[in-house]
Write a protein that binds this ligand. Sequence first.
Ligand code: HEC
Length: 201
Amino acid sequence: MPFLKSAGPKTAILATLIASALLTACSGEGPQTSAIKAIDEDSFQCIRDLTPVRRFFAGNLYGDLDATLTAAKSETGAVYPAGSIIQLVPGEAMVKREAGYSASTNDWEFFELDLSAEGTAIRVRGHEDVVNRFGGNCLECHAQARPEWDMVCELDHGCDPIPINNEMIRALQKTDPRCPPAELTEAESEALALLMQMTAP
Ligand code: HEC
């Protein structure tokens, strides 16, 4: 074939160029590949350093905050991208892991955390068996969310409600020991006192 014969060496050079361009493109694929890092106690921080979305806070441990916020702000529901971290209260978190991590939890990993001014310790982590300090299984409740909401409950996605009202949630968010002190309103202080009573052993 005359075309190939004359184009041979050029084709080879071109192929090399394309190959190296592809390699560069792949290694530069940031959030999906090279930025994946271990999720450990250092992944968690003052809840209020995350981005507020309605009642909860959101972030992305792999750096793709925009993708997480796009999912969180969708009005029709969305699958959260890998690396997403969401928290309603400082002591509990959901982190979206890589595809294939756990089909039964839509690849969410649930965390129950112990907090102090020094930082975060992971009390329990996993998918189907994580139980919070009140004996509730995370998945059992969060799986009640209608499918389009990717196991995120909020107030109107189909989950049974939790017995914690707005003021209690705000008070817990404001008293995260890892954050700088924040002032509570009177209603929040009362809500916190009530919550302490409710959860006293
Ligand atoms: C009794 C049911 C129940 C259990 C058990 C439960 N949750 Fe939730 N969770 C809810 C509901 C309902 C909301 C929404 C509440 C609101 O916005 O006021 C929620 C909110 C959240 C949110 C904010 C995003 C969202 O879904 O609205 C996170 C993150 C979360 N829970 C994590 C956990 C983790 C982690 C565990 C286990 C350690 C857990 N939850 C256990 C019912 C539950």
